[in-house]
Design a protein around this ligand. Structure first.
Ligand SMILES: [Zn+2]
Length: 239
């Protein structure tokens, strides 16, 4: 199997995992990985479309950063491809982009629930993400043009996450594994925030001294083991 074929399998698995974990529903959402100066693999839709949970490597196609591809045949790139293309054009370090519409993150956004560091060791990458502040893009339209993606990138800055109010999330990473796990961390922050607010008692932010004691594992360290767990869980989930 070539490295491109392996990457197609990995992108397909990421789509399936995001569906299994409730970050995408039905046919909405897409994952891409950069494979060259102006080339990426991205989840497309074909005539046999059955939703993200049932993504296969055949749904992952090579396109340039503007969505043109010679091997698309009867597949169509996502309407929101500029989210991926514009990030790759301007952020050299990014290798993977995920765009999803997770319901819990959506509810936090539209209800203006603050995504704050309300837990610590429970999920350290998510706690650190919250402590750094969650970038919010305040528009709910589809990002179908490069200028709209540019506006989202202004809100996102150099961060690897962005909440798109009334819409969804964009997550970047140095690898498919890292971005997938980071998207799930982001979703867990939203889920816990939402559930905590439902109790009617606003949770405290954890104190600075607690953060000083938390190891900075980084996203890569956790991503490796978590990815392996998620791939294994997926194999059982689908059997
Ligand atoms: Zn979207």
């Amino acid at each position: 199997m070539s490295s491109i074929d392996e990457l197609k399998e990995k992108v397909a698995k990421s789509c399936q995992i995001l569906a299994m974990e409730g970050l995408v529903e039905g046919i909405l959402g897409h994952v891409s990985v950069k494979i060259g100066e102006n080339r990426m693999l991205i989840r497309c839709r074909g005539p046999e479309e059955k939703g993200l949970l049932y993504t296969t490597a055949n749904d992952i196609k090579v396109v340039d950063f503007d969505g043109r591809g010679e091997t698309l045949v009867d597949h169509k790139p996502p309407n929101e491809l500029p989210i991926h293309g514009e990030i790759y054009k301007r952020r050299e370090e990014v290798q993977c982009v995920i765009h999803a519409h997770p319901p819990h993150a959506l509810i936090c956004g539209i209800s203006n629930l603050p995504l704050k560091p309300i837990f610590g060791a429970f999920n350290i990458p998510a706690a650190r993400m919250a402590k750094a502040g969650i970038p919010i893009f305040g528009h709910s339209y589809l990002i179908t043009r490069s200028e709209l993606a540019s506006k989202m990138m202004e809100a996102m800055g150099e961060r690897d996450i962005c909440l798109l109010k009334g819409h969804g999330i964009t997550v970047t990473g140095h690898s498919v594994e890292e971005a997938t796990v980071q998207a799930i961390n982001f979703n867990q922050l939203a889920t816990i925030t939402l559930e905590a607010m439902k109790t009617g008692f606003e949770p405290d932010e954890i104190p600075a001294e607690d953060f000083d004691e938390l190891p900075d594992l980084g996203t890569k360290f956790n991503a490796h083991w978590n990815w392996q767990y998620l791939v294994h869980k997926l194999s059982r989930f689908l059997s």
